[in-house]
Design a protein around this ligand. Structure first.
Ligand code: GSH
Length: 214
């Protein structure tokens, strides 16, 4: 039974999709669209009772929460295709967990405000004040990220890992406010290197193909 990923690519499902594309693991995508109410249908609620995407069904192992999905996949496919995006030892495990929890709790909410109020919502529903407040708060965690990346190319270990997937997936939401990222050169350079990866480009292509269909 092939691994199933529930969710359209233009959503937080892009996180596990990016990881799978990096590793070259075969999967089947069930493009459940959160904009149509499909995540709240009985069939999806049976998989994720929260009514959200993404979710994975890995031969009966159900995983939801996007970063639980990426961390699970990185561990399961740690030696797949010559690329290890998971931890090689406990020190790296600590780093992957630390950065993943950090970005969810310290960055995601404000990054989403920037994305919504600077770009994603229809212009008449955007509130520039909410975006400005979020941008101001984001300088605090971005300073932490900048200091970390000033001395190393990737977040954990000495290679691209699931920590980079998780953190870049959220920090990229701040791009509609370029002035916020511009004062953090190490973050900007690292983010660009993450987004230039062929696997990430493939996920963006999937996402734009789907928005043309929708
Ligand atoms: N913390 C969750 C959030 C999941 C989430 O909110 N997903 C959105 C799409 S990006 C969704 O499914 N929304 C549909 C809904 O809430 O009805 C995660 O990271 O997986």
């Amino acid at each position: 039974m092939v691994l199933k990923v529930y969710g359209i690519a233009a959503s937080r499902a892009s996180r596990p999709l990016w990881l799978l594309e990096e590793l070259g693991v075969p999967y089947e995508r069930v493009p459940v669209d959160y904009r149509t109410g499909a995540t709240r249908q009985a069939e999806m609620l049976a998989i994720n009772p929260n009514g959200h995407i993404p979710a994975l069904d890995d031969e009966g192992i159900i995983v939801w929460e996007s970063m639980a999905c990426t961390l699970y996949l990185a561990r399961k496919y740690a030696s797949h295709g010559g690329l290890n995006l998971g931890a090689q030892n406990l020190t790296e495990e600590a780093e992957l967990l630390r950065w993943s929890f950090w970005v969810m709790t310290e960055v995601e909410k404000d990054a989403l405000s920037v994305l919504m109020h600077r770009m994603a919502m229809p212009a008449e529903r955007r509130d520039a004040r909410l975006a400005e407040q979020a941008e101001k708060r984001l300088a605090v965690p971005l300073r932490v990220l900048e200091a970390h990346l000033a001395t190393r190319p990737w977040l954990a270990g000495d290679r691209f890992t699931v920590a980079d997937v998780n953190v870049a997936s959220i920090v990229s939401w701040i791009r509609p406010a370029p002035q916020v990222l511009a004062v953090f050169p190490a973050v900007s350079d690292w983010l660009q290197r993450c987004l230039d990866r062929p696997a990430q480009r493939r996920v963006r292509t999937m996402a734009s193909a789907e928005s043309k269909i929708a």
